[in-house]
Write a protein that binds this ligand. Structure first.
Ligand code: FE
Length: 218
C-alpha cells in the first residue's frame, strides 16, 4: 500500500557475531518502545542470516546510519548475504567492549542490545532487546528511509518489512523518461558518468555491485 510512503523510518545496520566473524544487515525498522528499561523492537526477515545469528548470540548492535553513508555500504549490507561474504571487510568498523561489530564512519552512533524476547510473524522475527550500551558520535545527520529513496535512489530488498513490489511503486510514481534500472537492487542509473551505453563493461552497480549486464531499460 503506497500510504506507507508517508510513514517515517530511519536506516540502520545491525551488527552481530556469527561465532567466527562479524555479520549484519540493513534494517529500517528499529523503534524505541519503552524507556525504563530502555527497550527497542527490531524486525528482521527469517531469510536473513543476521536473524539466526541474533537468535544464537542474544546480543547485537544497531549502527545509526548518517546521510553520508556510501551506497556501496548499503548495497553490501542490504543486498548480499553474510552466509557468502564477510560484510564488514572493507567497511570501517570496530568491536565494542562486548566484542560486537559497529560501523565507525558515516554513522551517528550505535546501540548495544541484549535480546529479552521475540515474536515470530509470518515473514519476520520481531526482537525485543534491552539497550545495554551505546555511543552518540554526533556530527552526521541521521538518514531517513525517505532520504534513502529520494536522494540515493534506493530500493528496499525483498526481505524488508517495507518492501513494495513494482506495481505498487509504479502506481505511486510519476511517469518518467526511459531509464536504466538494476534488476538486482532497483538502483536507477543517474547519468553522472555519461550515457549508460558508453559505460565500460567493468562498471558495476554502485548500490549492489551487480555487473552492467544486470541492468535493463525501462
Ligand atoms: Fe544493483
Amino acid at each position: 500500500m503506497s500510504v506507507f510512503f508517508d510513514m517515517s523510518y530511519g536506516m540502520y545496520i545491525l551488527g552481530v557475531m556469527d561465532g567466527k566473524r562479524p555479520t549484519g544487515c540493513v534494517v529500517n525498522t528499529v523503534f524505541q518502545i519503552t524507556n525504563e528499561p530502555c527497550v527497542v523492537a527490531v524486525s528482521v526477515n527469517h531469510d536473513n542470516y543476521t536473524n539466526q545469528c541474533i537468535k544464537k548470540a542474544g546480543v547485537f548492535t544497531v549502527s545509526i546510519l548518517g546521510e553520508s553513508i556510501p551506497q556501496q555500504v548499503i548495497g553490501t549490507f542490504g543486498f548480499k548475504s553474510g552466509r557468502d561474504i564477510d560484510k564488514f571487510e572493507g567497511t570501517p568498523h570496530e568491536l565494542t567492549p562486548e566484542g560486537l561489530p559497529v560501523l565507525t564512519e558515516n554513522t551517528c552512533g550505535y546501540l548495544v542490545c541484549r535480546v529479552t524476547g521475540s515474536t515470530e510473524l509470518s515473514t519476520h522475527t520481531v526482537f525485543y532487546a534491552e539497550v545495554i550500551g551505546g555511543v552518540r558520535r554526533g556530527g552526521a545527520a541521521p538518514m531517513t528511509y525517505a532520504y534513502y529513496h529520494k536522494v540515493k535512489n534506493g530500493k528496499a530488498p525483498k526481505t524488508a518489512p517495507t518492501y513494495l513490489d513494482d506495481s505498487v511503486k509504479d502506481a505511486a510514481a510519476k511517469p518518467a523518461e526511459s531509464k536504466w534500472v538494476c534488476k538486482i537492487c532497483g538502483y536507477v542509473y543517474d547519468g553522472s558518468e555519461g550515457p549508460f551505453e558508453a559505460l565500460p563493461d567493468s562498471w558495476v552497480c554502485p548500490l549492489c555491485g551487480a555487473p552492467k549486464s544486470e541492468f535493463e531499460k525501462q
